[in-house]
Design a protein around this ligand. Structure first.
Ligand code: NAP
Ligand code: GDP
Length: 318
């Protein structure tokens, strides 16, 4: 008989945490108890609060999603906060996991922490090969340290602490705040405001030329369940759509305009930053494990995300 798993999901109220909750509605297993927590349950920057949270729930497994997260412009203005908050949270979660005998921890890196000056596609072996893009060095170094801690915990204590590396995530329950959001929720919010006001101009920040890989949060959530249940390497694994699915910000805006049935003008504000031009990630390792995994087609995922926001904007994280 398999042992009952108690799985604590930190950051359980966020974009990815909500998507895991949704996917579990169909994919829950009888030997798993899932607990989703957010900053109201415990501030994970605080060691004592972290200890109390773990004492209360006694998890055997942890999916560590909690983080200070934000888009390009939020990162550019808050590198110190991204560095300190994320270093503290990650260190507290891993240290308390070890102290309380947690069997497996899956933490979250990001493709935006990869080296700035690099060859593409980028793979899991290249995470530490040079400085990150200067726009988000705080977030990047804090996230890179998770991988270092995972290796050190494994080497010294034999722990199974691993990490996943998603590309840019989008979907229902995203952060739509214009100051701090990533590009897709930011543009959904802006286009929603424009169409509601009967406006004719949709303004996008930057040149529209940068390239990005975007993963639908519900696809990522399915992959998280697989990692928790099946993936037992310490080394990180990139969870991204294929390289061929990379799109420019301009293509993204056209897809969003379609989803909103917006027929006005799309204007690029080239006085605003572009960030890293591209950071194409290879999902070859993922494909080796799961050759047949099917990602939701981008236009379908964009349409579902737009429809969710239009139906829920009054209660969304604006
Ligand atoms: P999100 O929607 O911003 O949610 C962040 C979560 O972290 C929320 O549940 C929040 O709780 C919690 N949190 C923040 N500060 C906390 C603190 N001090 N103590 C306890 N909990 C705290 O983030 P997400 O987009 O789902 O991201 C999940 C993970 O994926 C993160 O590790 C992120 O770095 C990674 N990731 C995200 C993307 C992306 O494009 N979004 C891409 C690659 C990797 P409250 O709701 O209470 O504030
Ligand atoms: P990144 O993928 O880590 O760089 O983060 P973002 O999700 O913030 O995407 C940034 C890219 O989208 C840059 O090329 C920006 O110039 C572009 N962009 C266009 N409009 C917006 C917007 O309203 N918000 C954000 N965050 N980025 C935008």
């Amino acid at each position: 008989m398999s042992e009952n798993k108690i799985i604590l999901v930190t950051g359980g109220s966020g974009l990815v945490g909500k998507a895991i909750q949704t996917v579990l509605e169909d994919e829950k297993k009888s030997d798993e108890t899932w607990i989703f927590v957010n900053s109201k349950d415990a501030n994970l920057c605080d060691l004592e609060e972290t200890k109390k949270l773990f004492e209360k729930h006694k998890p055997t497994h942890v999916i560590h999603l909690a983080a200070m997260v934000g888009g390009l412009f939020h990162n550019m203005n808050h590198n110190l906060d991204f560095l300190r908050n994320n270093l503290q949270m990650n260190s507290n979660v891993l240290d308390v996991s070890y102290a309380t005998g947690v069997k497996k921890v899956v933490s979250c890196l990001s493709t935006c922490i990869f080296p700035d000056k690099t060859t593409c596609p980028i793979d899991e072996t290249m995470i530490h090969n040079g400085p990150p893009h200067p726009s988000n060095f705080g977030y990047s170094y804090a996230k890179r340290m998770i991988d270092i801690m995972n290796k050190a915990y494994h080497e010294q204590h034999g722990c199974l602490y691993t990490s996943v590396v998603p590309c840019n995530v989008f979907g229902p329950h995203d952060n739509y705040n214009l100051e701090s959001s990533h590009v897709i929720p930011g543009l959904i919010r802006r286009l929603h405001d424009v169409t509601e006001a009967g406006g004719k101009t949709f303004t996008v920040l930057g040149t529209g030329k940068p390239l990005r890989q975007f993963i639908y949060s519900l696809d990522l959530a399915k992959l998280f369940l697989w990692v928790l249940r099946e993936y037992n390497e310490i080394e990180p694994i990139i969870l991204s759509v294929d390289e061929a699915a990379e799109v420019s910000i301009r293509q993204l805006t056209e897809e969003l305009a379609k989803a909103f049935d917006f027929k006005g003008e799309i204007v690029f504000d080239t006085t605003k930053a572009d960030g890293q031009y591209k950071k194409t990630a290879s999902n070859a390792k993922l494909r080796k494990y799961l050759p047949d995994f099917e990602f939701t087609p981008f236009p379908v995922a964009v349409k579902e995300s737009v429809d969710w926001y239009r139906a829920n904007y009054q209660n969304a994280r604006n």
